[in-house]
Design a protein. Structure first.
Length: 606
Protein backbone atom coordinates (compact mmCIF):
# COMPACT_ATOMS: atom_id res chain seq x y z
CA UNK A 1 0.00 0.00 0.00
CA UNK A 2 1.38 3.31 -0.99
CA UNK A 3 1.56 5.95 1.73
CA UNK A 4 0.56 9.34 0.38
CA UNK A 5 3.03 12.09 0.76
CA UNK A 6 1.76 15.29 2.27
CA UNK A 7 2.61 18.56 0.56
CA UNK A 8 5.96 19.87 1.71
CA UNK A 9 6.89 16.61 3.36
CA UNK A 10 10.61 15.95 3.46
CA UNK A 11 11.47 19.58 3.09
CA UNK A 12 13.49 21.18 5.89
CA UNK A 13 11.56 23.48 8.16
CA UNK A 14 12.41 27.09 7.45
CA UNK A 15 13.56 29.26 10.35
CA UNK A 16 12.35 32.86 10.37
CA UNK A 17 12.37 35.97 12.47
CA UNK A 18 10.56 39.22 11.95
CA UNK A 19 12.92 42.17 11.69
CA UNK A 20 11.44 45.60 12.12
CA UNK A 21 11.97 47.56 8.96
CA UNK A 22 13.77 50.83 9.53
CA UNK A 23 11.58 53.88 9.31
CA UNK A 24 12.05 56.24 6.47
CA UNK A 25 13.79 59.53 6.95
CA UNK A 26 16.35 60.46 9.61
CA UNK A 27 16.01 57.27 11.66
CA UNK A 28 16.64 55.09 8.64
CA UNK A 29 19.67 57.16 7.73
CA UNK A 30 21.02 56.91 11.29
CA UNK A 31 20.64 53.12 11.25
CA UNK A 32 22.22 52.63 7.86
CA UNK A 33 25.01 55.18 8.35
CA UNK A 34 26.23 55.09 11.98
CA UNK A 35 29.61 56.30 10.79
CA UNK A 36 28.21 59.81 10.35
CA UNK A 37 27.34 60.10 14.03
CA UNK A 38 30.75 58.81 15.06
CA UNK A 39 32.47 61.23 12.70
CA UNK A 40 30.38 64.12 14.06
CA UNK A 41 31.31 63.54 17.70
CA UNK A 42 34.98 62.92 16.86
CA UNK A 43 35.12 66.18 14.88
CA UNK A 44 33.50 67.99 17.82
CA UNK A 45 36.09 66.56 20.21
CA UNK A 46 38.93 67.59 17.88
CA UNK A 47 37.51 71.12 17.51
CA UNK A 48 37.02 71.60 21.24
CA UNK A 49 40.49 70.25 21.99
CA UNK A 50 42.00 72.58 19.40
CA UNK A 51 40.13 75.50 20.94
CA UNK A 52 41.45 74.56 24.37
CA UNK A 53 45.06 74.63 23.19
CA UNK A 54 44.47 77.79 21.15
CA UNK A 55 43.13 79.61 24.22
CA UNK A 56 46.17 78.57 26.24
CA UNK A 57 43.94 77.26 29.06
CA UNK A 58 44.79 73.55 29.00
CA UNK A 59 43.75 72.85 32.59
CA UNK A 60 40.53 73.76 34.42
CA UNK A 61 40.64 76.79 36.71
CA UNK A 62 40.69 75.82 40.37
CA UNK A 63 38.52 77.26 43.14
CA UNK A 64 39.83 78.83 46.32
CA UNK A 65 39.73 75.52 48.22
CA UNK A 66 42.07 73.89 45.66
CA UNK A 67 44.25 76.78 44.47
CA UNK A 68 44.19 79.14 47.45
CA UNK A 69 43.39 82.82 47.16
CA UNK A 70 42.49 85.91 49.15
CA UNK A 71 39.98 86.28 51.95
CA UNK A 72 38.64 89.79 52.69
CA UNK A 73 36.68 90.75 55.80
CA UNK A 74 34.45 93.82 55.41
CA UNK A 75 32.77 95.47 58.41
CA UNK A 76 29.56 97.43 57.92
CA UNK A 77 29.18 101.05 59.03
CA UNK A 78 26.00 103.04 59.58
CA UNK A 79 25.39 105.86 57.13
CA UNK A 80 25.22 109.40 58.61
CA UNK A 81 21.73 109.96 59.97
CA UNK A 82 20.81 106.23 59.72
CA UNK A 83 21.80 104.62 63.06
CA UNK A 84 19.80 101.42 62.44
CA UNK A 85 20.90 100.69 58.86
CA UNK A 86 22.83 97.55 59.88
CA UNK A 87 20.15 94.87 59.79
CA UNK A 88 19.63 91.48 58.17
CA UNK A 89 17.77 92.85 55.15
CA UNK A 90 20.47 95.38 54.27
CA UNK A 91 23.27 92.88 54.92
CA UNK A 92 21.62 90.30 52.64
CA UNK A 93 21.17 92.95 49.95
CA UNK A 94 24.84 93.93 50.27
CA UNK A 95 25.92 90.28 49.96
CA UNK A 96 23.80 89.86 46.82
CA UNK A 97 25.22 92.99 45.17
CA UNK A 98 28.81 92.09 46.12
CA UNK A 99 28.32 88.58 44.78
CA UNK A 100 27.11 89.94 41.44
CA UNK A 101 29.89 92.53 41.46
CA UNK A 102 32.76 90.04 41.82
CA UNK A 103 31.14 87.63 39.36
CA UNK A 104 30.70 90.56 36.98
CA UNK A 105 34.50 90.77 36.99
CA UNK A 106 34.74 87.13 35.89
CA UNK A 107 35.78 85.99 39.38
CA UNK A 108 33.83 82.76 39.54
CA UNK A 109 33.56 80.59 42.65
CA UNK A 110 34.08 83.69 44.80
CA UNK A 111 32.28 83.21 48.11
CA UNK A 112 30.44 86.16 49.63
CA UNK A 113 28.69 85.49 52.93
CA UNK A 114 27.81 87.22 56.18
CA UNK A 115 29.61 86.53 59.44
CA UNK A 116 27.97 87.69 62.63
CA UNK A 117 25.88 90.85 62.63
CA UNK A 118 28.03 93.32 60.72
CA UNK A 119 30.78 91.42 58.84
CA UNK A 120 30.92 90.11 55.28
CA UNK A 121 33.57 87.60 54.18
CA UNK A 122 34.66 87.61 50.52
CA UNK A 123 36.86 84.72 49.34
CA UNK A 124 38.53 85.29 45.95
CA UNK A 125 40.29 82.32 44.24
CA UNK A 126 43.90 82.52 43.21
CA UNK A 127 44.53 83.14 39.51
CA UNK A 128 41.93 85.89 39.21
CA UNK A 129 42.55 89.64 39.34
CA UNK A 130 42.25 89.79 43.13
CA UNK A 131 43.54 93.38 43.29
CA UNK A 132 40.80 94.60 40.96
CA UNK A 133 38.21 92.55 42.86
CA UNK A 134 39.38 94.01 46.17
CA UNK A 135 39.05 97.53 44.83
CA UNK A 136 35.53 97.01 43.55
CA UNK A 137 34.29 94.87 46.43
CA UNK A 138 35.66 97.38 48.89
CA UNK A 139 33.97 100.17 46.95
CA UNK A 140 30.79 99.83 48.93
CA UNK A 141 29.37 103.35 49.29
CA UNK A 142 26.36 104.48 47.32
CA UNK A 143 26.75 105.67 43.76
CA UNK A 144 25.81 109.26 42.92
CA UNK A 145 25.83 111.57 39.91
CA UNK A 146 27.03 115.03 41.01
CA UNK A 147 27.59 118.13 38.87
CA UNK A 148 31.21 119.26 38.61
CA UNK A 149 31.75 122.80 39.94
CA UNK A 150 35.50 123.01 39.43
CA UNK A 151 38.50 120.70 39.02
CA UNK A 152 42.27 120.79 38.66
CA UNK A 153 45.30 118.50 38.81
CA UNK A 154 46.19 117.96 42.45
CA UNK A 155 49.37 117.81 44.53
CA UNK A 156 52.73 116.89 43.02
CA UNK A 157 51.06 116.06 39.70
CA UNK A 158 50.15 119.71 39.19
CA UNK A 159 53.76 120.75 38.60
CA UNK A 160 54.31 118.00 36.08
CA UNK A 161 51.65 119.23 33.68
CA UNK A 162 49.94 122.52 32.90
CA UNK A 163 46.69 123.11 34.67
CA UNK A 164 43.58 122.98 32.48
CA UNK A 165 42.24 126.19 31.00
CA UNK A 166 38.72 127.44 31.48
CA UNK A 167 37.82 126.42 27.93
CA UNK A 168 39.31 122.94 28.19
CA UNK A 169 37.29 119.87 29.19
CA UNK A 170 38.11 117.83 32.28
CA UNK A 171 39.98 114.60 31.92
CA UNK A 172 38.13 111.36 32.57
CA UNK A 173 39.88 108.71 34.62
CA UNK A 174 38.54 105.85 32.53
CA UNK A 175 39.63 107.07 29.09
CA UNK A 176 42.82 107.41 27.11
CA UNK A 177 41.93 110.88 25.82
CA UNK A 178 40.93 114.10 27.43
CA UNK A 179 37.17 113.84 27.48
CA UNK A 180 34.13 111.55 27.72
CA UNK A 181 31.01 112.58 25.91
CA UNK A 182 27.51 111.64 27.01
CA UNK A 183 25.02 111.29 24.17
CA UNK A 184 21.43 110.21 24.03
CA UNK A 185 20.71 106.73 22.71
CA UNK A 186 17.32 107.86 21.49
CA UNK A 187 16.81 109.97 18.38
CA UNK A 188 14.78 112.63 20.19
CA UNK A 189 15.84 114.47 23.32
CA UNK A 190 14.12 116.80 25.72
CA UNK A 191 14.52 120.55 25.30
CA UNK A 192 17.32 121.78 27.54
CA UNK A 193 16.30 123.92 30.45
CA UNK A 194 17.52 127.48 30.40
CA UNK A 195 17.83 127.65 34.16
CA UNK A 196 21.26 126.97 35.62
CA UNK A 197 21.80 124.91 38.75
CA UNK A 198 21.38 127.31 41.61
CA UNK A 199 23.58 125.54 44.12
CA UNK A 200 26.27 124.87 41.55
CA UNK A 201 26.34 128.47 40.37
CA UNK A 202 26.60 129.85 43.91
CA UNK A 203 29.59 127.71 44.85
CA UNK A 204 31.25 128.16 41.48
CA UNK A 205 30.98 131.93 41.65
CA UNK A 206 32.57 131.87 45.09
CA UNK A 207 35.48 129.74 43.90
CA UNK A 208 35.97 131.26 40.44
CA UNK A 209 38.38 133.99 41.45
CA UNK A 210 40.45 131.94 43.86
CA UNK A 211 40.34 128.21 43.23
CA UNK A 212 39.66 127.70 39.55
CA UNK A 213 43.02 127.52 37.78
CA UNK A 214 43.54 129.63 34.71
CA UNK A 215 45.88 129.12 31.80
CA UNK A 216 48.41 131.51 33.27
CA UNK A 217 47.96 130.81 36.95
CA UNK A 218 49.72 128.10 38.91
CA UNK A 219 48.09 125.82 41.47
CA UNK A 220 50.18 127.26 44.26
CA UNK A 221 49.00 130.80 43.58
CA UNK A 222 45.41 129.63 43.42
CA UNK A 223 45.70 127.90 46.76
CA UNK A 224 47.25 130.91 48.43
CA UNK A 225 44.69 133.32 47.08
CA UNK A 226 41.79 131.10 48.14
CA UNK A 227 42.91 131.35 51.74
CA UNK A 228 42.84 135.13 51.75
CA UNK A 229 40.34 136.78 54.13
CA UNK A 230 38.91 138.99 51.41
CA UNK A 231 37.77 135.99 49.39
CA UNK A 232 36.20 134.13 52.28
CA UNK A 233 34.48 137.18 53.70
CA UNK A 234 32.05 137.42 50.79
CA UNK A 235 30.72 133.88 51.07
CA UNK A 236 28.68 131.99 53.66
CA UNK A 237 30.46 129.76 56.23
CA UNK A 238 29.52 126.50 54.48
CA UNK A 239 30.96 127.69 51.18
CA UNK A 240 34.08 129.01 52.91
CA UNK A 241 34.58 125.63 54.58
CA UNK A 242 34.21 123.87 51.25
CA UNK A 243 36.61 126.34 49.67
CA UNK A 244 39.22 125.70 52.35
CA UNK A 245 38.82 121.92 52.07
CA UNK A 246 39.34 122.12 48.30
CA UNK A 247 42.45 124.28 48.67
CA UNK A 248 43.97 121.88 51.21
CA UNK A 249 43.03 118.70 49.30
CA UNK A 250 46.08 116.81 48.02
CA UNK A 251 44.77 113.83 46.02
CA UNK A 252 48.26 112.48 45.38
CA UNK A 253 48.26 111.11 48.97
CA UNK A 254 46.30 107.90 49.56
CA UNK A 255 45.31 108.72 53.13
CA UNK A 256 43.97 112.13 52.06
CA UNK A 257 41.99 110.56 49.19
CA UNK A 258 40.40 108.06 51.58
CA UNK A 259 39.06 110.87 53.75
CA UNK A 260 37.99 113.23 50.94
CA UNK A 261 34.33 114.06 51.27
CA UNK A 262 33.94 112.07 54.53
CA UNK A 263 30.55 112.62 56.12
CA UNK A 264 29.15 114.58 53.17
CA UNK A 265 25.43 114.10 52.70
CA UNK A 266 23.97 113.57 49.20
CA UNK A 267 22.16 116.89 49.48
CA UNK A 268 25.37 118.86 50.20
CA UNK A 269 28.28 119.93 47.97
CA UNK A 270 31.55 118.07 48.61
CA UNK A 271 35.14 117.62 47.47
CA UNK A 272 36.44 114.43 45.83
CA UNK A 273 39.40 112.93 44.01
CA UNK A 274 39.68 111.11 40.69
CA UNK A 275 42.43 109.81 38.43
CA UNK A 276 42.76 110.84 34.80
CA UNK A 277 44.03 108.85 31.82
CA UNK A 278 47.60 110.05 32.41
CA UNK A 279 47.62 108.58 35.89
CA UNK A 280 47.42 112.03 37.49
CA UNK A 281 45.12 112.72 40.41
CA UNK A 282 42.60 115.51 40.06
CA UNK A 283 40.57 117.18 42.79
CA UNK A 284 36.99 118.29 42.35
CA UNK A 285 34.36 120.47 43.94
CA UNK A 286 31.05 118.71 43.33
CA UNK A 287 27.49 119.92 43.77
CA UNK A 288 24.69 118.05 45.54
CA UNK A 289 23.79 114.59 44.19
CA UNK A 290 21.13 114.82 41.48
CA UNK A 291 20.81 111.11 40.56
CA UNK A 292 21.50 108.03 42.72
CA UNK A 293 22.80 104.62 41.70
CA UNK A 294 19.41 103.11 42.52
CA UNK A 295 17.95 105.15 39.63
CA UNK A 296 19.95 103.08 37.11
CA UNK A 297 17.97 100.12 35.79
CA UNK A 298 20.82 98.51 33.85
CA UNK A 299 24.22 99.34 32.38
CA UNK A 300 26.55 97.55 30.01
CA UNK A 301 29.70 97.83 27.92
CA UNK A 302 29.18 97.53 24.15
CA UNK A 303 31.38 97.94 21.10
CA UNK A 304 30.18 100.61 18.68
CA UNK A 305 30.34 98.88 15.30
CA UNK A 306 28.36 101.53 13.40
CA UNK A 307 30.55 104.58 13.94
CA UNK A 308 33.72 102.62 14.81
CA UNK A 309 34.05 104.74 17.94
CA UNK A 310 35.23 101.79 20.01
CA UNK A 311 33.88 100.71 23.36
CA UNK A 312 31.19 102.69 25.14
CA UNK A 313 29.03 102.36 28.24
CA UNK A 314 25.25 102.41 27.95
CA UNK A 315 22.83 103.23 30.77
CA UNK A 316 19.09 102.76 31.14
CA UNK A 317 17.26 104.59 33.93
CA UNK A 318 14.11 103.91 35.86
CA UNK A 319 11.13 106.18 35.18
CA UNK A 320 11.96 108.36 38.18
CA UNK A 321 15.66 108.31 37.41
CA UNK A 322 15.00 109.29 33.80
CA UNK A 323 13.21 112.47 34.91
CA UNK A 324 16.01 113.37 37.32
CA UNK A 325 18.69 112.69 34.70
CA UNK A 326 16.86 114.74 32.06
CA UNK A 327 16.58 117.67 34.47
CA UNK A 328 20.25 117.72 35.50
CA UNK A 329 21.64 117.15 31.99
CA UNK A 330 19.39 119.91 30.66
CA UNK A 331 20.93 122.31 33.17
CA UNK A 332 24.50 121.12 32.65
CA UNK A 333 24.21 121.43 28.87
CA UNK A 334 23.84 125.21 29.30
CA UNK A 335 27.07 125.56 31.32
CA UNK A 336 30.65 126.14 30.26
CA UNK A 337 33.42 123.58 30.93
CA UNK A 338 34.03 122.14 33.42
CA UNK A 339 30.56 122.96 34.79
CA UNK A 340 28.91 121.05 31.92
CA UNK A 341 30.26 117.78 33.37
CA UNK A 342 28.70 115.42 35.88
CA UNK A 343 30.88 113.26 38.10
CA UNK A 344 30.04 109.60 38.75
CA UNK A 345 31.10 109.26 42.38
CA UNK A 346 31.56 105.89 44.05
CA UNK A 347 32.93 105.60 47.60
CA UNK A 348 33.91 109.26 47.53
CA UNK A 349 36.00 108.84 44.37
CA UNK A 350 35.21 110.18 40.91
CA UNK A 351 35.29 107.18 38.58
CA UNK A 352 34.19 109.12 35.49
CA UNK A 353 33.38 112.76 34.63
CA UNK A 354 31.73 112.93 31.19
CA UNK A 355 30.59 116.23 29.69
CA UNK A 356 27.01 116.87 28.55
CA UNK A 357 25.92 118.60 25.35
CA UNK A 358 22.16 118.05 25.52
CA UNK A 359 19.34 116.94 27.77
CA UNK A 360 19.24 113.15 28.07
CA UNK A 361 16.18 111.10 28.94
CA UNK A 362 15.46 107.40 29.40
CA UNK A 363 18.84 106.07 28.34
CA UNK A 364 22.30 107.47 27.67
CA UNK A 365 25.76 106.38 26.67
CA UNK A 366 29.26 107.39 27.70
CA UNK A 367 31.88 107.21 24.97
CA UNK A 368 35.47 108.34 24.60
CA UNK A 369 38.36 105.98 23.74
CA UNK A 370 37.50 103.31 26.29
CA UNK A 371 39.35 100.02 26.26
CA UNK A 372 37.19 96.95 26.75
CA UNK A 373 38.36 96.52 30.35
CA UNK A 374 37.73 100.18 31.20
CA UNK A 375 34.23 100.11 29.72
CA UNK A 376 33.35 96.88 31.53
CA UNK A 377 34.70 98.20 34.85
CA UNK A 378 32.66 101.41 34.59
CA UNK A 379 29.52 99.49 33.58
CA UNK A 380 30.05 97.12 36.50
CA UNK A 381 30.27 100.03 38.93
CA UNK A 382 27.11 101.57 37.48
CA UNK A 383 25.21 98.29 37.77
CA UNK A 384 26.24 97.27 41.26
CA UNK A 385 27.27 100.50 42.93
CA UNK A 386 24.21 101.19 45.07
CA UNK A 387 24.82 99.32 48.32
CA UNK A 388 22.57 100.10 51.28
CA UNK A 389 25.53 100.27 53.68
CA UNK A 390 29.09 101.53 53.85
CA UNK A 391 31.89 99.05 54.60
CA UNK A 392 35.49 99.24 55.71
CA UNK A 393 38.12 96.61 54.97
CA UNK A 394 38.94 95.03 58.34
CA UNK A 395 41.41 92.36 57.24
CA UNK A 396 42.90 90.71 54.16
CA UNK A 397 44.44 87.25 54.48
CA UNK A 398 45.96 84.79 52.03
CA UNK A 399 44.38 81.32 51.91
CA UNK A 400 46.67 78.37 51.17
CA UNK A 401 45.58 75.36 49.16
CA UNK A 402 47.29 72.78 51.39
CA UNK A 403 44.14 71.35 52.98
CA UNK A 404 42.16 71.46 49.76
CA UNK A 405 45.01 69.79 47.89
CA UNK A 406 45.02 66.90 50.35
CA UNK A 407 41.26 66.51 50.05
CA UNK A 408 41.49 66.63 46.26
CA UNK A 409 44.19 63.95 46.32
CA UNK A 410 42.02 61.73 48.49
CA UNK A 411 38.98 62.42 46.30
CA UNK A 412 40.85 61.55 43.11
CA UNK A 413 42.06 58.29 44.68
CA UNK A 414 38.49 57.44 45.66
CA UNK A 415 37.28 58.30 42.16
CA UNK A 416 40.00 56.16 40.56
CA UNK A 417 39.10 53.20 42.79
CA UNK A 418 35.41 53.61 41.95
CA UNK A 419 36.16 53.82 38.22
CA UNK A 420 38.38 50.74 38.41
CA UNK A 421 35.62 48.76 40.16
CA UNK A 422 33.12 49.82 37.48
CA UNK A 423 35.49 48.73 34.70
CA UNK A 424 36.16 45.37 36.41
CA UNK A 425 32.43 44.78 36.80
CA UNK A 426 31.80 45.63 33.12
CA UNK A 427 34.56 43.29 31.94
CA UNK A 428 33.38 40.35 34.09
CA UNK A 429 29.67 40.73 33.44
CA UNK A 430 29.53 42.10 29.88
CA UNK A 431 32.83 40.75 28.50
CA UNK A 432 33.14 42.00 24.90
CA UNK A 433 30.45 44.62 25.41
CA UNK A 434 32.70 46.25 28.00
CA UNK A 435 34.73 47.63 25.07
CA UNK A 436 31.78 49.80 24.10
CA UNK A 437 31.19 50.92 27.68
CA UNK A 438 34.85 51.77 28.39
CA UNK A 439 35.23 53.63 25.08
CA UNK A 440 32.07 55.63 25.86
CA UNK A 441 33.38 56.48 29.34
CA UNK A 442 36.64 57.72 27.82
CA UNK A 443 34.80 59.92 25.31
CA UNK A 444 32.64 61.34 28.09
CA UNK A 445 35.73 62.01 30.25
CA UNK A 446 37.53 63.82 27.40
CA UNK A 447 34.50 66.00 26.65
CA UNK A 448 34.04 66.84 30.34
CA UNK A 449 37.69 67.81 30.82
CA UNK A 450 37.90 69.92 27.66
CA UNK A 451 34.66 71.77 28.41
CA UNK A 452 35.74 72.49 31.99
CA UNK A 453 39.01 73.92 30.69
CA UNK A 454 37.20 76.08 28.12
CA UNK A 455 34.51 77.28 30.53
CA UNK A 456 37.17 78.75 32.83
CA UNK A 457 38.05 81.75 30.61
CA UNK A 458 34.62 81.76 28.93
CA UNK A 459 32.27 82.09 31.93
CA UNK A 460 34.70 82.03 34.86
CA UNK A 461 33.95 78.43 35.89
CA UNK A 462 36.32 77.22 38.60
CA UNK A 463 36.70 73.63 39.73
CA UNK A 464 36.30 73.12 43.47
CA UNK A 465 35.95 70.04 45.67
CA UNK A 466 32.15 69.73 45.34
CA UNK A 467 32.53 70.03 41.55
CA UNK A 468 35.02 67.15 41.62
CA UNK A 469 32.43 65.13 43.58
CA UNK A 470 29.86 65.91 40.90
CA UNK A 471 32.22 64.59 38.21
CA UNK A 472 32.76 61.37 40.20
CA UNK A 473 29.01 60.86 40.67
CA UNK A 474 28.60 61.31 36.90
CA UNK A 475 30.59 58.11 36.32
CA UNK A 476 27.71 56.10 37.76
CA UNK A 477 25.10 58.05 35.76
CA UNK A 478 26.99 57.47 32.51
CA UNK A 479 27.58 53.76 33.22
CA UNK A 480 23.90 53.32 34.05
CA UNK A 481 22.90 54.47 30.55
CA UNK A 482 25.12 51.83 28.93
CA UNK A 483 23.74 49.12 31.20
CA UNK A 484 20.15 50.02 30.27
CA UNK A 485 20.98 49.72 26.55
CA UNK A 486 22.93 46.47 26.93
CA UNK A 487 20.19 44.83 28.97
CA UNK A 488 17.56 45.76 26.40
CA UNK A 489 19.70 44.11 23.69
CA UNK A 490 20.09 40.99 25.82
CA UNK A 491 16.34 40.81 26.38
CA UNK A 492 15.79 40.80 22.63
CA UNK A 493 18.36 38.03 22.18
CA UNK A 494 16.63 35.99 24.89
CA UNK A 495 13.47 36.25 22.78
CA UNK A 496 15.28 34.41 20.00
CA UNK A 497 16.38 37.29 17.78
CA UNK A 498 19.79 37.68 16.20
CA UNK A 499 22.03 40.60 17.17
CA UNK A 500 21.39 43.15 14.39
CA UNK A 501 17.59 43.24 14.75
CA UNK A 502 18.01 42.99 18.53
CA UNK A 503 20.06 46.20 18.58
CA UNK A 504 17.54 48.11 16.48
CA UNK A 505 14.53 46.87 18.46
CA UNK A 506 16.21 47.50 21.84
CA UNK A 507 17.26 51.08 21.07
CA UNK A 508 13.83 52.85 21.13
CA UNK A 509 12.95 51.34 24.52
CA UNK A 510 16.40 51.98 25.98
CA UNK A 511 16.44 55.53 24.58
CA UNK A 512 13.19 56.39 26.34
CA UNK A 513 14.47 55.09 29.68
CA UNK A 514 17.81 56.91 29.33
CA UNK A 515 16.15 60.24 28.49
CA UNK A 516 13.76 60.02 31.44
CA UNK A 517 16.57 59.12 33.84
CA UNK A 518 18.87 61.90 32.59
CA UNK A 519 16.04 64.44 32.64
CA UNK A 520 15.40 63.71 36.32
CA UNK A 521 19.12 64.07 37.10
CA UNK A 522 19.38 67.32 35.16
CA UNK A 523 16.26 68.74 36.80
CA UNK A 524 17.68 67.95 40.25
CA UNK A 525 20.98 69.62 39.31
CA UNK A 526 19.18 72.71 37.95
CA UNK A 527 17.06 73.12 41.08
CA UNK A 528 20.12 72.65 43.28
CA UNK A 529 22.05 75.25 41.29
CA UNK A 530 19.24 77.81 41.57
CA UNK A 531 18.43 77.47 45.28
CA UNK A 532 21.99 77.12 46.63
CA UNK A 533 25.02 79.42 46.75
CA UNK A 534 28.79 79.06 46.95
CA UNK A 535 30.50 75.74 46.50
CA UNK A 536 27.33 73.65 46.26
CA UNK A 537 26.62 75.39 42.96
CA UNK A 538 29.87 73.91 41.64
CA UNK A 539 28.54 70.41 42.40
CA UNK A 540 25.19 71.18 40.74
CA UNK A 541 26.81 72.73 37.65
CA UNK A 542 29.16 69.78 37.11
CA UNK A 543 26.36 67.26 37.64
CA UNK A 544 24.15 69.06 35.09
CA UNK A 545 26.99 69.35 32.57
CA UNK A 546 27.92 65.66 32.76
CA UNK A 547 24.26 64.64 32.51
CA UNK A 548 23.89 66.54 29.22
CA UNK A 549 27.14 65.01 27.96
CA UNK A 550 25.80 61.55 28.84
CA UNK A 551 22.90 62.05 26.41
CA UNK A 552 25.29 63.30 23.71
CA UNK A 553 27.68 60.36 24.12
CA UNK A 554 24.94 57.68 24.17
CA UNK A 555 23.21 59.05 21.05
CA UNK A 556 26.28 59.97 18.97
CA UNK A 557 28.81 57.38 20.10
CA UNK A 558 27.47 54.37 22.03
CA UNK A 559 24.51 53.55 19.77
CA UNK A 560 26.38 54.01 16.43
CA UNK A 561 29.35 52.01 17.74
CA UNK A 562 27.03 49.20 18.84
CA UNK A 563 25.38 49.19 15.39
CA UNK A 564 28.76 48.78 13.71
CA UNK A 565 29.93 46.02 16.09
CA UNK A 566 26.67 44.10 15.53
CA UNK A 567 27.85 43.52 11.96
CA UNK A 568 31.07 41.91 13.11
CA UNK A 569 31.27 38.14 13.23
CA UNK A 570 32.60 38.04 16.81
CA UNK A 571 29.46 39.72 18.18
CA UNK A 572 26.92 38.69 15.54
CA UNK A 573 27.52 34.96 16.04
CA UNK A 574 27.37 35.27 19.82
CA UNK A 575 30.92 34.30 20.73
CA UNK A 576 31.21 33.13 24.32
CA UNK A 577 33.38 36.17 25.15
CA UNK A 578 31.20 38.66 23.32
CA UNK A 579 28.79 39.03 26.22
CA UNK A 580 25.95 38.17 23.84
CA UNK A 581 26.16 34.37 23.79
CA UNK A 582 22.55 33.08 23.39
CA UNK A 583 23.31 29.95 25.43
CA UNK A 584 24.67 31.89 28.38
CA UNK A 585 21.71 34.26 28.20
CA UNK A 586 19.18 31.37 28.14
CA UNK A 587 17.75 32.37 24.77
CA UNK A 588 14.60 30.70 23.49
CA UNK A 589 14.80 28.59 20.35
CA UNK A 590 14.43 30.62 17.19
CA UNK A 591 10.86 31.07 16.01
CA UNK A 592 10.08 28.69 13.15
CA UNK A 593 7.58 28.78 10.34
CA UNK A 594 6.11 25.52 9.09
CA UNK A 595 3.39 24.63 6.64
CA UNK A 596 0.14 23.37 8.02
CA UNK A 597 -0.31 19.63 7.69
CA UNK A 598 -2.84 18.76 5.03
CA UNK A 599 -5.86 16.59 5.76
CA UNK A 600 -5.16 12.85 5.55
CA UNK A 601 -5.84 11.35 2.16
CA UNK A 602 -7.48 7.98 1.90
CA UNK A 603 -5.42 5.55 -0.05
CA UNK A 604 -6.96 3.73 -2.86
CA UNK A 605 -6.16 0.24 -3.85
CA UNK A 606 -5.04 -0.36 -7.32
Amino acid sequence: MAVPRSPGAGRPEREYEKVAAPKKGRSASAQSRPGRSLALILIAIAALTGGMFASGQTTPRLGIDLAGGTSITLTAKNEPGQPNAINKTNMDTAVDIMNRRVNGLGVSEAEVQTQGRDNIIVNIPKGTNSKQAREQVGTTAKLYFRPVLTTEVSGADASASPSPSASGKATDKATDKATDKATSSSSASATPSATATSQGRAVTDALKADSTPSASGSPSSSASSSASPSASASVDPATAKLQAAYAALDCSKADVRAKAGDGAKPSEPTVACGQNSSGQWQKYVLGPAEVAGTDIKKAGAVFDTQSAAGWKVTMDFTSGGSKKFAAITGKLAQQQPPQNQFAIVLDGEVVSDPSVSQSLSGSAEISGSFSQTEAEDLANMLKYGALPLSFKESSVTTVTAALGGEQLHAGLIAGAIGLALVVIYLVIYYRGLSIVAIASLLVSAVLTYVLMALLGPAIGFALNLPAVCGAIVAIGITADSFIVFFERIRDEIREGRSLRPAVERAWPRARRTILVSDFVSFLAAAVLFIVTVGKVQGFAFTLGLTTVLDVVVVFLFTKPLMTILARKKFFAEGHSWSGLDPKRLGAKPPLRRTRRASAPVDTKEA
